[in-house]
Write a protein that binds this ligand. Structure first.
Ligand SMILES: C=CC1=C(C)c2cc3[nH]c(cc4nc(cc5[nH]c(cc1n2)c(C)c5CCC(=O)O)C(CCC(=O)O)=C4C)c(C)c3C=C
Ligand SMILES: [Fe+2]
Ligand SMILES: [Fe+2]
Length: 318
């Protein structure tokens, strides 16, 4: 057995080609942790119908951002960066919830290297049972079936970690430099939405998001007005509000000309930054008469963000 520690990065994943869009969506819509549709035995059939209807639109979006999601490469690069920071005692692996490498593939790779100590590190800073909860459930199902026994430590939230806040604040400050008068800019934090029912049932996601926003604004010295809204709603049930689209309309109606969009919830680029914000909301902003619409960079391989992850791992191992 190796003395090394495996860093298992838990992420949602994304299609790595246009042909991979349907299987990705099917995995997502059959997962009852992210969305319960009808009784359990019917969900795979309903999911198939949803995917058939949704896939052409979503394939079009992926075509517009280069034919695939960059999330795998970006996550693997984060893993390499983290491994470099932590030193030779660590090896990073990626477990994608709905695409490859799957959690099973990641654990097989860890097993192959003879590693038994695992730190499972969620790449969702804000805990939700739809995201981290689902990845952890998948991991635990596989661990239960595994003949090899692993010792696993979990890092499932860090929405208020000082280095995470600094990393985000750095991106906001950088974004503000694109405007002639940063004080006039509306900083629009756009978090991933979640069905309201999750929050009503006690999911801490919204409270975590609100705390991140408060801490980032405190860190940058409350130098511009800011808003919190929610993007990427799917389906008909009630989701967290206000939506990012409605927020832009309301700001434009108040005469706002400068918006800095700050994506929250994600730690790397994918369809919801590269398409939803950079293409769809940017076009809406132009139509609404917003003169300057800028998105702050995603964290991706931000040295401060990687330092945050390294600190979390070191503390978890103590
Ligand atoms: C079906 C319900 C969904 C919930 C709830 C949800 C929550 C949620 N998602 C992310 C992060 C990501 N979502 C991504 C894609 C994606 N998500 C959903 C659905 C829900 N998400 C769908 C259907 C899709 C596919 C695209 C689409 O059909 O619109 C991705 C990855 C995409 C990529 O390009 O790599 C991420 C990452 C968070 C953080 C979150 C709740 C907090
Ligand atoms: Fe989404
Ligand atoms: Fe999502």
């Amino acid at each position: 057995m190796s003395e090394k520690t495996a860093l298992l990065l838990l992420q949602m994943g994304g299609p790595d080609s246009i042909d991979a869009v349907k299987p990705f969506l099917l995995n997502l819509f059959t997962d009852r942790d992210i969305m319960k549709i009808g009784p359990a035995f019917l969900q795979p059939f309903i999911a198939r119908r949803i995917v058939k209807k949704r896939a052409p639109k979503v394939e079009g979006y992926y075509r517009e951002i280069g034919g695939k999601s960059p999330i795998r490469e970006l996550t693997e690069a984060q893993g390499r960066g983290l491994q470099e920071l932590l030193g030779p005692g660590y090896r990073s692996f990626v477990a994608m919830r709905y695409s490859r490498p799957s959690t099973l593939e990641a654990l097989s790779a860890i097993k192959k290297e003879g590693i038994s100590k695992v730190v499972a590190l969620s790449l969702y800073p804000h805990y939700s049972r739809a995201t981290t909860g689902s990845s952890v459930n998948e991991l635990q199902r596989i661990l239960k079936e595994s003949k090899v026994k692993f010792s696993v430590t979990y890092i499932d939230r860090y929405y208020d970690h000082p280095l995470y806040i600094e990393a985000l604040a750095e991106k906001v400050q950088q974004g503000l430099t694109a405007f002639p008068d940063p004080k006039k800019v509306q900083i629009v934090f756009s978090a991933h939405a979640l069905p309201q029912s999750f929050i009503d049932e006690g999911d801490p996601y919204l409270a975590h998001i609100q705390e991140t926003v408060r801490l980032v604004m405190e860190r940058i010295g409350d130098q511009a007005p800011h808003q919190l809204c929610f993007q990427s709603k799917v389906g008909k049930v009630k989701w967290l509000e206000p939506s990012t689209g409605d927020m832009m309309k309301s700001l434009a109606a108040q005469g706002c000309k400068d918006i800095l969009m700050v994506p929250l919830s994600f730690v790397s680029d994918h369809i919801e930054t590269l398409h939803e914000i950079d293409i769809q909301y940017a076009e809406e902003a132009r139509e609404l008469g917003i003169e300057r619409f800028v998105r702050s960079e995603s964290l991706n391989n931000s040295p401060r963000f990687l330092a945050c992850l390294a600190d979390l791992v070191q503390k978890a191992e103590k």
